[in-house]
Design a protein around this ligand. Structure first.
Ligand code: AMP
Ligand code: ZN
Length: 143
């Protein structure tokens, strides 16, 4: 995986502001931050995203995401922190190596956007939810 930016960071062949690391995962600052302290947590091994990462590595990435989030919360006291994980370009993924964003929120802008988006959402009938739930449940059972 020669051209993967995050594999290069994991190998230490391109620089990053590393915050924390273990054998399986590491955290560093996003170089195009949305806010102060915007960090990423990546697997050290290459996985394209949520669909192919193994459980042990996934848990380790999440464990580190919590450790780093707790410290960021203590030192910068944001109003809130989002963990964001994108899969596929239509979901906003631009680096195809598994990662979780830690995004501190310091002002009301993101919340305003969420409230506006929430107002556009419509509660659907139980009878419309049931076939979807049933389809997903069957798919889950068949694995
Ligand atoms: P995503 O859009 O979820 O795939 O997020 C990729 C993130 O990686 C973006 O927020 C980029 O700013 C960040 N990023 C890409 N390359 C680097 C790098 N070399 N060092 C730090 N952050 C990076
Ligand atoms: Zn990679």
């Amino acid at each position: 995986m020669m051209s993967c930016q995050f594999c290069s960071i994991a190998r230490g062949s391109i620089p990053a502001q590393v915050l924390y690391e273990s054998d399986l995962a590491m955290s560093f600052l996003d170089y195009r931050p949305i806010a102060k302290g915007h960090a990423l947590v990546i697997s050290k091994k290459h996985f394209g995203g949520l669909y192919d990462i193994d459980d042990e590595t996934l848990y380790e990435v999440l464990r580190i995401a919590r450790i780093v989030s707790v410290r960021i919360n203590e030192i910068y006291r944001p109003l809130g922190i989002n963990l964001v994980q994108n899969n596929g370009c239509y979901a906003g993924q631009t680096v195809f190596h598994f990662h979780i964003h830690i995004i501190p929120r310091y002002d009301g802008e993101y919340n305003k956007m969420l409230i506006t988006a929430a107002k556009r959402r419509v509660k659907i009938d139980e009878s419309d939810l049931e076939p979807i739930a049933s389809e997903i449940r069957s798919a889950l059972k068949s694995k």
